[in-house]
Structure formats: C-alpha cells, structure tokens
Design a protein. Structure first.
Length: 154
C-alpha cells in the first residue's frame, strides 16, 4: 500500500474518531459497563430477544460449546445481569433469562446507540448538499466493500 493511501486512511480514521469522541461531546458510546466484554453484551442482547433459553441454545447462537456458554452465564449470574433457573420441563437443564440489572444495561446501550445516530444525523445536516451527496456515495461504496469482504468470509 502506498504511503499516500495509508496517510489518507489515517486522516479519515482520525477524523471519524474526532467527530465521535464520546467525552468531548458529552455522550457515551457503549460505555455503560466497561467491565463487560462484547461477548457478554451479545449474550444479554440474545437473551433479551429470545429468553428464556437453555445454555446449549445460547451456545449455539454464540457458536461456542456448552462449557464456554456455561462459563459466560455464570459470570453474568455473578454480576446479577442474568438469572439461571431449572427448566420445569426437564430439571437437568437450566433456563437463562435477563435480570433487571441486565435489562438496564441493554436499555442504556439502546439509548446510547440512538444518541450516536442522532449525533450523526445532526452532523450530516451541517454539510452542504453536494458534499453530503458525495459522502453518501462514498459510504455506499464502503458498505459494498464490507459486504463483498463478508461474502469472502462465508
């Protein structure tokens, strides 16, 4: 890759970070629980949509084995973010659901995401129409490149 291209990429990334600097603009981008991993947040999101779930079903959604899913659940139980209970239909299985504290975390994530989208829309409205149209075309090309790359990984 040429150094000019790399310098341009660096400028775009730096500009993006500057435009969306959470502390600078007074909003948090997914800083709800910095102690949680993305996988743990993903567990909360999956359970929010599909609870109650068995640990095995959760593992399938995460593409991990039962023991890894069980460890994730135990960590979230210890943080009081999820609850684990025996399945009344089969006592050998446990059902997992999001606890009140976990719902609060997910609600904050959704609020932060909406805030980020609102900020983006606000900033885009400040651009002149011609540049906004050009940016729209560039972002569509970037999305196409991401889709093509994702297709290569399938």
């Amino acid at each position: 890759m040429s150094t000019d291209l790399e310098a341009c990429v660096d400028r775009v990334v730096a500009s993006f970070r500057r435009a969306f600097a959470p502390r600078k603009h007074g909003w948090r981008l997914l800083e709800v629980r910095p102690d949680l991993t993305m996988t743990q947040l993903r567990v909360l999101m999956i359970l929010t949509d599909r609870e109650p779930m068995t640990i095995g079903a959760l593992g399938e959604h995460l593409a991990v084995g039962d023991s890894a899913a069980s460890r994730l659940v135990e960590r979230l139980v210890s943080e009081r973010l999820v609850e684990r209970a025996d399945d009344p239909a089969d006592r050998r299985r446990a059902l997992v659901r999001v606890a009140v504290l976990g719902r609060d975390v997910i609600d904050q994530v959704h609020r932060d995401r909406r805030e980020m989208h609102d900020r983006l829309r606000h900033l885009l409205r400040q651009l002149p129409p011609r540049e906004l149209a050009q940016l729209g075309e560039i972002m569509a090309m970037l999305a196409d490149a991401a889709d093509a790359e994702a297709g290569e990984c399938d």
